[in-house]
Design a protein around this ligand. Structure first.
Ligand code: HEM
Length: 508
């Protein structure tokens, strides 16, 4: 009896706190229905565990029930509101940054202030350079990147004679993606110059960059388990990120110091001044940002944004091509004609409309995950339809269901690689249906003012890789026509990492 009384005494405040939380949630987000579990506190944790591997199903279910409106589901430690209507998406993208924030949502996900540095979160000048300098210089740096691409394919895909060769696709693509991005960050002249200790070819530098995204996301997951006051310590002692950053400093310091010396000697411009991301960063860095450590953090931040995203996308593109090898001949016809006219140039890649459409359709089918436009409400926000979002809420748009909605795409479950190139001719319109164009119905690169600034580079990269593959090899899946199954974690779609694709020297 005494035991049960003391248990009751202990339980009462817990139940009361749970009730108060429940009531406060009802008051604050009571108008937004819950999917994938219940909104009752404590019990909502069951939903959040379920959603670790089933968020995509939850989002699909919510879309089917509440299309045009909003719903919420439990993530570990917070609620996420998912909006489904085109108008709501538009409003979300147009809301001022002081009310609806991309940066704060990104910081919540990747804990940037701890995994990188507060400056990387508060002043993402590297993103501005990606949008401006990188995009402007694409045509100029394309030939060097293309050379690097061919060399990387030769290393990773070793076809012998006429025989089919098995290639562990995701590993090969990540390696090739690293080399491509790396030749943009540190121009080939520099990579070639260091031939013996070539940075781009240095296996430790390569491994560091290939695994850095996983280190940061894994580190952020651990950091978020702790209260804010402990997070600086946790990030230092309980994650692998600081050691990785030190490795980055070890590799990049000599190059950065050499560039500082060149500036000392020659001023801002000199004859062989490299035209690459590192140099654009050095030229733009002010004050505390002009140190080796700060610049290394920016290089890692660019690689973090660029390598994983493009590798995942190209892995999916390759699975779809290998499962549908009949489409290679159409692509070949287009690519061959353009390369004959213009050579391997950015201009030629820009004109590859069928290649563009193929990649765009794969992105519609796969994308990076079930939702896009990850944002955090910094102040209370009310949509025009009256949906109230309290400050502190995480919000996103239901990207995947939108991509599979027959109001947006005819026969949405059918993989139609020429869907977008046909739309270009059907409606006599060019830009609207190209890969880099975003809309409230097409969200793989996000949408609005924070849409991916690297998408011009990414489109060029993924199309150049696909073009190289179809011009050089035949490919097929191990089981004819079967795409190796991906898996879901949280709302992210991860392409199969253990599957092989068969390559042989092109026969026709
Ligand atoms: C196919 C490959 C890629 C995909 C699918 C992709 C997708 C995305 C998405 C969905 C966002 C968030 C947009 C939003 O919430 O509205 C984003 C942001 C970003 N992406 Fe990409 N991305 C890719 C490649 C790249 C590359 C190659 C770079 C760099 C060269 C890059 C740099 C960035 C940066 C810096 C941001 C943050 C933007 C900001 O601070 O406003 N991305 N990307």
């Amino acid at each position: 009896m005494v035991g049960s009384l003391s248990e009751l005494a202990l339980l009462t405040p817990i139940l009361y706190a749970a009730y108060l939380l429940y009531m406060s949630l009802r008051r604050r987000m009571g108008n937004i229905p819950t999917v994938g579990g219940t909104s009752f506190p404590v019990l909502s944790y069951r939903g959040s565990f379920h959603n670790i591997f089933h968020a995509a199903e939850t989002i699909r279910e919510g879309y089917a029930k509440y299309k045009g409106h909003a719903f919420k589901y439990a993530e570990l430690g917070n609620w996420r509101v998912i909006i489904t209507g085109q108008r709501q998406i538009d409003e979300l993208c147009k809301a001022p940054d002081t009310v609806i924030s991309f940066a704060e949502a990104a910081n919540d996900s990747a804990q940037i202030v701890y995994t990188f540095a507060p400056e990387v979160h508060h002043d993402p000048y590297h993103a501005h350079l990606i949008r401006t300098q990188l995009t402007r210089n694409l045509a100029r740096i394309f030939p060097e990147m293309h050379d690097e691409l061919m060399a990387a394919f030769n290393d990773e895909v070793r076809v012998v004679g006429e025989d089919w060769t098995r290639v562990r696709l995701k590993d090969a693509v990540t390696e090739i993606g690293f080399h491509y991005v790396s030749s943009m960050v540190l121009s080939n002249t520099l990579i070639a110059k260091a031939e013996s200790g070539v940075l781009g070819r240095n296996s430790d530098y390569c491994l560091l960059n290939k695994t850095f995204t996983r280190d940061v996301i894994g580190g952020a997951f651990i950091i978020k388990l702790f209260p804010r006051a402990l997070r600086p310590l946790v990030s230092r002692f309980c994650t692998s990120v600081p050691a990785r950053i030190n490795r980055g400093i070890k590799h990049l310091e000599p190059t950065i110091k050499e560039r500082f010396e060149q500036i000392e000697k020659h001023g801002k411009n000199w004859a062989d001044k490299p035209n690459d991301m590192l140099q654009w960063l050095i030229d733009a860095a002010q004050g505390k940002e002009r140190t080796v450590r700060a610049l290394v953090l920016r290089v890692l931040a660019v690689n973090f944004a660029a390598i994983h995203t493009t590798s995942v996308t190209f892995t999916q593109v390759m699975y779809y091509l290998a499962a549908h090898p009949q489409y290679a001949s159409v692509l070949r016809e287009e690519i061959e004609a353009l390369v004959q006219q213009e050579g391997w140039t950015k201009a030629a890649v820009d004109k590859m409309h069928k290649t563009d459409s193929f990649v765009k359709e794969v992105q519609r089918f796969t994308g990076l995950g079930a939702y896009a436009i990850n944002r955090k409400a910094l102040k209370d926000f009310t949509f025009a339809d009256g949906t109230f979002i309290p400050a502190g809420t995480m919000i996103a748009a239901s990207a995947r269901p939108i991509h599979f909605d027959d109001e947006n795409y005819a026969n949405p479950d059918m993989f139609n690689p020429w869907r977008f190139s046909n739309m270009r001719t059907d409606e006599g319109t060019g830009l609207k249906y190209q890969m880099i164009s975003t809309s409230t119905q097409y969200l793989p690169f996000g949408h609005g003012k924070n849409a991916c600034p690297g998408r011009f580079f990414a489109a060029n990269e993924v199309k150049a890789m696909l073009a190289h593959v179809v011009m050089t090899y035949d490919v097929k899946t191990v089981e004819d026509g079967v795409i190796p199954p991906p898996f879901w974690v949280l709302a992210s779609l991860v392409p199969n990492g253990k599957a092989d694709v068969l390559f042989r020297k092109r026969q026709t």
